[in-house]
Design a protein. Structure first.
Length: 109
């Protein structure tokens, strides 16, 4: 960061006074604003939505893990979830490994 500041301060100033010094920083400021609105802000929104989804999962809900495993939630703990997949096979996974739901909540057997 200090190297960048040193380079910017050593950049040759244009003739015309103090106002042109600020104009040389304008492209840098615009790049920062573009990065924020097109890359950082959408990623933060996506992360917040994913966290909200993981907090709202319920027993009986069909979900897909980040590894692509489809299953039904049969048990919820603080940080883990037990999924039941076809053939009555059960997996215990972290809540953070759940990517999305596939349908609405279905009644228990």
């Amino acid at each position: 960061m200090t190297d960048l500041l040193t380079i910017l301060l050593m950049a040759p100033q244009q003739e015309g006074g103090e106002g042109s010094g600020w104009m040389s920083f304008l492209p840098l400021i615009l790049i920062v604003v573009v990065f924020y609105f097109f890359f950082i802000r959408p990623q933060m929104k996506k992360s917040k939505d994913q966290k909200k989804f993981r907090e709202s999962i319920q027993k009986g809900q069909k979900v897909v893990t980040i590894g692509g495993i489809h299953g039904r939630i049969v048990e919820l703990q603080e940080t883990t979830v037990t999924l039941e997949v076809e053939g009555d096979i059960r997996f215990r996974i972290e809540k953070s490994a759940i990517a999305s739901n596939t349908s609405e909540t279905i009644p228990q057997k």
